[in-house]
Ligand binder design. Sequence first.
Ligand code: TRP
Ligand code: ZN
Length: 316
Amino acid sequence: MKLSVSARAVAAGGMATALLLAGGAVADAASSAPSRAAAAPDIPLAGVKAHLSQLQSIATANGGNRAHGRPGYKASLDYLKAKLDAAGYTTTVQQFTASGRTGYNLIADWPGGDPNQVVMAGSHLDSVSSGPGINDNGSGSAAVLETALAVSRAQYKPAKHLRFAWWGAEEIGLVGSRHYVNRLATGDRSRISAYLNFDMVGSPNPGYFVYDDDPAIEKTFKDYFGGLGVPTEIETEGDGRSDHAPFKSAGVPVGGLFTGASRAKTAAQAAKWGGTAGQAFDRCYHSSCDTTANIDDTALNRNSDAVAHAVWELSE
Ligand code: TRP
Ligand code: ZN
């Protein structure tokens, strides 16, 4: 149910109180008035894949990786920042030092919305030094970027404030996201109503894993996949192994999606999701073969749409 949304839409139609029923229920609005906020748009897979091609080119031109402290990391960040600036975002580059090298987080705020209710979606943008990191984590980075660009194309005006983030130095211990959370004022932490994390969402032998954290966020993702008829499982390959962990530790409601890393797909999982039993979800995890060839398009497409669905639904 989306009572607050319906109430808002009805109020916008100028007939608020008359349609409010006892107990907070809302009658069906007149056929001429929309009764709920617009649904999330379909995120174009071609757009997400175009970002992955760019990240691959950046790695290739910079010694084969996009790792913390290496030129491919900053070039990746510059690519995203230019897209977000052109789309009307207010971007901030947050610097930190880790392992003796400068690291960077990229934060993009969509103007408007309630500053006391901030919905964040984020992904780590760094790769390991051994490869280009296209599934880990070009995939999440590109899905979040394309969702942010879709917000701009739709000129979406949610009730809550939207903030997107790309973290540096995840691969050396969640450094960028921890730095961001540690720098938040206590009051600002409590203003974040949700942090959604996307780290590896296009694994070539994919599973559909939903983080088992905040129940409302988890339900939002499960409902989306349920609507597609795609079964999901709870993520168990390593809770605390990605950038949601510092947010969770700070008391922020978190959630996210994951298509699997080095763990092997079971026969039962292959039966429901397809793919190859007994083989890793991502055989190129943390290696030089994590290229644009290391992506399952169907998984990337579904997860990108799920990112947008959750961003829209949770910010209404
Ligand atoms: N964060 C890990 C990495 O980047 C990958 C990973 C392993 C992961 N287990 C996970 C990500 C569970 C999200 C959830 O190397
Ligand atoms: Zn990762």
